[in-house]
Design a protein around this ligand. Structure first.
Ligand SMILES: C[S@@+](CC[C@H](N)C(=O)[O-])C[C@H]1O[C@@H](n2cnc3c(N)ncnc32)[C@H](O)[C@@H]1O
Length: 213
């Protein structure tokens, strides 16, 4: 059984450090990602992440987009490539993941570094005292050790989403996707949640503060 510090959500994983390089074609563009032991899905892009990336809506123009729990950064790096005028924020608590994101930005987007912002810390915490609100936020949440921390994020969304902003996330059906859907519908009835698609046992959700009609 791995220790708590071996889990990919720990701040300082203690697994022996090994660096890997993986390549992946996403939305018809080839990316190279550096990953390390102790970081989520370091040997291969996670299928849930891939499904979210394939189906996510990407605002265009000068927007602010957030890759929350970014891991080694695949979601945010695709956002930055696909929305070239936007500012992209990356947040993760795992310091090895943060090292990987910085490397992956240099590898994949060497000329975009001035519009990409990388923060180590717990979910929205690094944004406290920064007056930033997002057009969209994306997450493949860590729910294996319990989903309460993920569900608590919804209380904070109004502080960080623009009034017409949206939050897209992916959940495995077996990891409680249906429960989360029902919970959000009951707990936030005036907000809007819908399932964008179901693929290979994963459900992609879109949640917005207002009914998008
Ligand atoms: C399922 S992984 C997804 C990683 C990456 N987005 C991907 O798709 O490959 C969830 C990520 O959330 C991070 N995480 C978990 N709890 C967190 C928290 N409280 N604050 C910030 N990041 C967190 C983990 O370190 C991990 O990198």
């Amino acid at each position: 059984m791995p220790s708590k510090k071996d889990h990919y959500s720990s701040r300082f994983p203690d697994a022996q450090l090994k660096v890997f390089t993986i390549s992946e074609s996403l939305r018809r563009h080839l990316y190279i990602f550096k990953t390390t032991t102790g970081v989520f899905s370091y040997k291969k892009l996670d299928l849930g992440t891939k499904i979210l990336i394939t189906h996510m809506d990407i605002p265009q123009g000068s927007c602010s987009l957030l890759d929350l729990g970014c891991g080694y950064g695949p979601i945010g790096i695709v956002l930055a490539y696909e929305s070239p005028q936007s500012n992209i924020y990356f947040i993760d608590r795992n310091r090895r993941a943060i090292w990987c994101v910085r490397e992956n930005i240099k590898l994949n987007l060497p000329h975009s570094q001035d519009r990409l912002f990388v923060y180590a810390g717990d979910y929205f915490h690094p944004l406290k005292n920064k007056s930033v609100k997002f057009d969209s936020i994306y997450l493949n949440p860590a729910v294996r050790q319990g989903r309460q921390e993920f569900l608590d994020l919804f209380k904070e969304l109004p502080e960080y989403l623009k009034s017409n902003g949206f939050f897209e996330f992916v959940l495995r059906r077996k990891m409680g996707a249906e429960y989360v859907f029902n919970y959000l519908q009951q707990k936030y009835p005036s907000n809007h949640i819908h399932i964008k698609c179901k693929r290979s046992g994963y459900w992609v959700f879109r949640y917005s503060l207002s009914d998008e009609g």
